[in-house]
Write a protein that binds this ligand. Sequence first.
Ligand code: ADP
Ligand code: ADP
Length: 226
Amino acid sequence: TFALEIEGLEKSYGDGFRALKGIDLKVREGDFFALLGPNGAGKSTTLGIVSSLVNKSGGKVRVFGHDIDTDLSGAKLNLGVVPQEFNFNQFEKVIDIVTTQAGYYGIPLKQARVSAEKYLRKLGLWDKRDTPSRMLSGGMKRRLMIARALVHEPRLLILDEPTAGVDIELRRSMWQFLEEMSRQGTTIILTTHYLEEAEALCRNIAIIDHGEIIRHTSKRELLQQL
Ligand code: ADP
Ligand code: ADP
């Protein structure tokens, strides 16, 4: 089974700029996958399309076999996304941010509360549950984004530059958390411009540059050639 299949993905922005030039990408269930590339390569655009925040110009995207054009809700149920930018309601409490998200997936409130508690505890935010999100530190906000992305227990978790601008201690604890999620069977895809991060965490790597996949390989193979 493939967690994610991307075929011939194209994106031209409104100004005519071709950000993705027919990308193909396949990620197997259970993989820990890095989409590696320099700034401006097209990583966020790709993830934006997969999470239906950005319209594609052409091509196909399937999440666990659910085509985002014909079965977006099926795709979304299987997908959790951690964006790069914080996009919370500043005044909403931590617990409400996570339970509200569960509501978008049709999870009943009682079950949403149980799941919210589980992930807030896992991410060390349970003590902050009644704090408005604007009062959190940058590191706590990042962890809150991860808890929110997991509340419906998706099979595929996608993170856009999860450790950009994060201090080394939080980076280590995030790596540990992601490794644990991976061991428990969640398929993980992250974007990064740090080779070091891809190397530390991932089994398979695709390198994107100027809107094209220039390599699609296992980590072992890539490191042998550097
Ligand atoms: P879409 O094709 O997804 O609707 P648009 O081309 O309409 O996207 O652009 C969305 C917004 O991003 C616009 O307001 C645009 O001005 C802005 N934008 C333009 N160029 C860039 C850029 N290089 N990086 C980020 N945002 C940009
Ligand atoms: P990455 O995540 O790898 O840094 P992006 O997907 O953000 O790359 O951007 C890919 C290219 O598309 C860049 O050249 C960027 O300037 C351009 N771009 C991104 N968003 C927009 C937008 N809304 N409008 C126009 N150009 C954009």
